[in-house]
Design a protein around this ligand. Sequence first.
Ligand SMILES: Nc1nc2c(c(=O)[nH]1)N[C@H]1C(S)=C(S)[C@@H](COP(=O)(O)O)O[C@H]1N2
Ligand SMILES: [Mo]
Length: 250
Amino acid sequence: MSILMKRRSVLLGSGALMLGACSKVHDSTAGQSLFGVVDDWHKGLQRSLTARNALAPEFAPEDISPFFRGNGSTDPQNDGYPQHVAEGFANWRFTVGGLVERPLSFTLNQIMRLPQRTQITRHDCVEGWSAIGQWTGPQLSTFLDLAKVKEAANYIVFRCADDYTQGRYYESIDMVDALHPQTIIAHRLNGEPLPVRNGAPLRARVERQLGYKHAKYLTGVEAVASLDDIGLGKGGYWEDHGGYQWYAGM
Ligand SMILES: Nc1nc2c(c(=O)[nH]1)N[C@H]1C(S)=C(S)[C@@H](COP(=O)(O)O)O[C@H]1N2
Ligand SMILES: [Mo]
């Protein structure tokens, strides 16, 4: 939130500067038309930010799907994940790093003590199935505020524990989605701890985006300026290996 507001005022600020310069050429038609262009540009910016910040539909408890299937990785066997399952995730850590003033590391208990958001939303997978579930967890913006994300950060990368068929799963979103109120780090599905198939112990919910952006088995998030050096550079596992679009907004 704070970052978006800051960015907005920077953008609006430079617009205002242009307006200031133009308004000195009172009765020049060139000045007038430039004035109009800047005004349209402001309206466009306003409209696009409003659209990107709109909430995804939320549903009633009776709409919840009786079974929320698992897709992609559903039972990771690599790098000690089964050990974490056996320990009930007591030693799981969720880190917030990259372009932040204060890198942080959370236990699940610490995450449960942060302010929580619960939302009932529909998950849409590009493979052609949907399911409605109730998700609970802190907003991603809470973590980013605590860690003090730097102005230079343009993307948030989700780091995952599972190796899928061609390597480590990962995903990324821009700051508009990262600060969106429905973007949460979920630890509960339908009031119960996340099942392994759905990403235990933590998974992202990015409700304005398609299913593959909702990274499971989260070990942390990383704030970055560019996606060039992350994975193969396209911003996500399926973007790198399956030709999926990075922007999967609905
Ligand atoms: N870490 C990780 N996250 C992932 C995947 C995966 O294989 N590994 N699959 C993605 C895809 S394509 C979808 S549709 C959803 C599936 O979530 P679900 O298993 O809870 O149904 O998770 C997404 N997040
Ligand atoms: Mo998917």
